[in-house]
Ligand binder design. Structure first.
Ligand code: PLP
Length: 224
């Protein structure tokens, strides 16, 4: 006789939610203060709809064009969705991005800031922003240098852009915790309340260190 399965298997979404809740509890935080952004890049519309059917409402994409192809139809049926941009943004796509997204996590340079300010003024729409920080000072990686963050924030304030926090993608293959802690310190020093940090492999660590937005793809949708 085989023993009954001790723990009925959770859906990936329920599993991720439970792990966020557990990490929040350890850190004595309210799990409701952590927004799960489901990163659906490269995944088909059906996968997004399946997650919507399970109650997920916040999605993220890393390419403007892919999001333009996938989300307008989905949103017509589900107007309560929020769509976040988490990828590098070219200045010439700023207006498309402002038109489509509810939040942009990848403000990283003065020229993009100028383009976003122009687009927001033109469309009369203020899109909340995160400044992406190159937290590991990696040569090839996008993001604003740590030392340049105060100047970029000052420029954003002068242009009346709603920067709500900082975002990072820590270096691959090494412990992420020190980088998350550094981003949290940088945000606090600059009076910013929100932290976009933590992906499939490290979101629990990020939540214990103060993440308010975790960006999770493969743990929800499977490998890309
Ligand atoms: C793809 C991507 C994610 C999600 O990565 P997973 O490891 O699949 O969870 C998060 N943030 C950014 C910026 C991404 O490009």
């Amino acid at each position: 006789m085989t023993a009954p399965d001790a723990s009925p298997s959770l859906s990936p979404l329920d599993d991720v939610r439970a792990r966020i809740a557990q990490a929040a509890k350890i850190a004595r935080r309210d799990a409701a203060d952590v927004t799960l952004v489901a990163i659906s890049k490269t995944k088909p519309v059906e996968d997004v709809l399946a997650l919507i059917a399970q109650g997920q409402r916040v999605f993220g994409e890393n390419r403007v064009q892919e999001a333009q192809a996938k989300f307008p139809a989905i949103r017509e049926a589900h107007p309560d969705l929020a769509l976040h941009l988490v990828g590098q943004l070219q200045s010439n796509k700023a207006e498309d991005a402002v038109a489509l997204f509810d939040c942009i996590h990848s403000l990283d340079r003065p020229s993009l800031l100028t383009a976003l300010a122009r687009a927001m003024d033109k469309l009369d729409k203020r899109v909340p922003l995160f400044v992406q920080v190159n937290i590991g000072a990696e040569e090839q990686k996008g993001g604003c240098a740590v030392a340049d963050v105060p100047a970029l924030l000052a420029q954003a304030r002068a242009a009346d852009l709603p920067v709500q926090g900082l975002m990072c993608v820590p270096p691959a293959g090494i412990e992420a915790a020190p980088f998350f802690a550094l981003l949290a310190k940088l945000a606090a020093d600059n009076g910013l309340a929100k932290l976009s940090m933590g992906m499939s492999d490290d979101f629990e660590t990020a939540v214990t260190l103060g993440a308010t937005h975790v960006r999770i793809g493969s743990a929800l949708f499977g490998a890309r």
